[in-house]
Write a protein that binds this ligand. Structure first.
Ligand code: GDP
Length: 138
């Protein structure tokens, strides 16, 4: 089934000039960019986006990090895109990520882990609508 999911290239990656390599990785593995926007998130936007993590001890650090530089917001489309994107990203902690995954290749730590990806079809719908009007998806 063709799906669309939200991907974010995080500030640690945009700052290290990894944007192009990460997008190429998705494209080479069957995901297509269906919307894309570079922006610097406000605290309010980052807090709203990660609202489900509000009670976690790292919430403040996560919001600080996500606002620390530009991010690239993307809608990625393809067969089973939600789980495919999660597989391509690898585990949250790069030390545990499988060989060849984006986080294994590029992430610096469990916090500065280069990419975000929606973790379910329901999250994808919510997260895509947080950043993109449906009419902006190709
Ligand atoms: P994901 O779905 O793989 O991104 O992981 P989670 O939903 O569990 O966490 C969301 C994001 O919070 C992660 O991608 C990290 O950027 C950050 N995060 C998770 N665990 C930690 C932690 O222990 N410390 C810090 N600083 N950030 C964390």
């Amino acid at each position: 089934m063709t799906e669309t999911t939200l991907s974010i290239i995080k500030p640690d990656a945009t700052k290290r000039n990894l944007t192009g390599r990460i997008i190429a990785h998705f494209e080479e593995h069957g995901l297509q960019v269906a919307a894309m926007k570079m922006t610097q998130l406000s605290r309010r936007e980052a807090e709203g986006f990660y609202a489900e993590h509000k009670a976690r001890p790292f919430f403040g650090e996560l919001v600080d990090f996500m606002c620390s530089g530009p991010v690239v917001l993307m809608a990625l489309k393809g067969e089973g895109a939600v789980m495919k994107n999660r597989e391509l990203m690898g585990a949250t902690n790069p030390a545990e990520a499988a060989e060849g995954t984006i986080r294994k290749l590029y992430a610096r730590s469990i916090g500065e882990n280069s990419v975000h990806g929606s973790d379910s079809a329901e999250s994808a719908r919510r997260e895509l609508s947080y950043f993109f009007p449906a009419t902006d998806l190709y």
